[in-house]
Design a protein around this ligand. Structure first.
Ligand code: SAM
Length: 287
């Protein structure tokens, strides 16, 4: 269907289907026609690619993805949108809608079954109530995908894409950098959505690494260390890590020194390599 990003067309479709927005499901639909083509183009929707979309809404982004990629599989939790999508996406034979919670979908299996012989990318205007869990689920599963390109709240995007070692970095920044090279692509104003949220948004792309960083002796403990390090943001690394890991402060200090770090360093000042050294030293002392 043409004109799908046109606010008049969208209102007409939603009224005809008696659709009401669910705040709980993070339903803020895009009504700015310039945004979806940019997400699709920058998100690897092109020949030779299969694309997984999360959260179709009425299909504005789905349509742009289907026009560029070989195939689109879109996961949408809200069954009330199925009749709407049957109308808006009629005529596209390369789209499959999966009516489910994306957190319950076996994405490894989906990729194997739906995208044989294709490269794979993920694109989405994410529901804000579950942004980080979805991003971490996509990265931690080590899916065979090239890129994950998603719209998130602006503040979340700034944190996700902050260079490590700088003030805006947090535990989630270290985690996404472990699996990918994050990149902030462009900002989107709150007026681009219906209903309009209270915050602006941005589109970020995670370029998935072929290999995760080397030298991590115990991956589970590495992520525990990162979480503990940022558990009390205003404290020094030593205090925060000691309370987060339940370890005596003098032992944590020993590990900090052994990793070659200053005793009063703050968690946001560490690089990936320094987090790896710290976790390895702490692991040796606690194990
Ligand atoms: N892509 C559309 C657009 O840009 O207009 C809709 C984006 S809206 C921000 C988020 C969409 O995700 C909604 O359609 C919502 O129903 C869906 N959604 C929310 N939680 C979900 C979940 N756990 N799994 C799959 N879809 C979900």
């Amino acid at each position: 269907m043409d004109g799908l990003s046109n606010i008049g067309v969208i209102k007409d479709i939603l009224t005809r289907h008696g659709f009401t927005f669910s705040k709980t499901l993070g339903q803020n639909f895009l009504v700015n026609p310039s945004v979806c083509p940019r997400i699709a183009e920058m998100g690897n929707a092109r020949s030779g690619f299969g694309v997984i979309e999360i959260g179709t809404g009425i299909g504005v982004l789905t349509k742009e993805l289907a026009e560029r990629a070989d195939k689109v599989v879109a996961v949408e939790i809200d069954g009330r949108l199925l009749p709407v999508l049957a109308e808006t996406l009629a005529g596209y034979d390369n789209i499959k809608i999966v009516n489910d919670d994306v957190m319950n979908v076996d994405l490894h299996r989906l990729i194997a079954e739906e995208f044989a012989g294709l490269e794979v990318a993920v694109c989405a205007n994410l529901p804000y109530y579950i942004t980080s869990p979805i991003i971490m689920m996509l990265l931690e599963q080590r899916l065979p995908v090239k890129t994950v390109t998603v719209m998130v709240q602006k503040e979340a995007g700034v944190r996700l894409c902050a260079p490590l070692g700088t003030r805006d970095a947090g535990a989630v920044t270290v985690a996404v950098n472990y699996y990918s090279e994050p990149e902030l692509l462009f900002n989107v104003s709150r007026g681009s959505f219906m209903p309009s949220p209270n915050v602006d948004s941005c589109v970020v792309r995670f370029n998935i690494r072929d290999r995760t960083p080397e030298g991590v002796e115990d991956e589970k403990f590495f992520f525990r260390t990162v979480k503990a390090a940022f558990s009390q943001r205003r404290k020094t690394l030593c205090n925060s890590a000691a309370s987060g890991l339940g370890m005596p402060k003098d032992r944590v200090l020993e590990a900090i020194r052994a990793a070659g770090l200053a005793e009063n360093i703050r968690p946001e000042q560490l690089t990936m390599e320094q987090f790896i050294s710290l976790a390895n030293e702490l692991g040796r002392l606690s194990g």
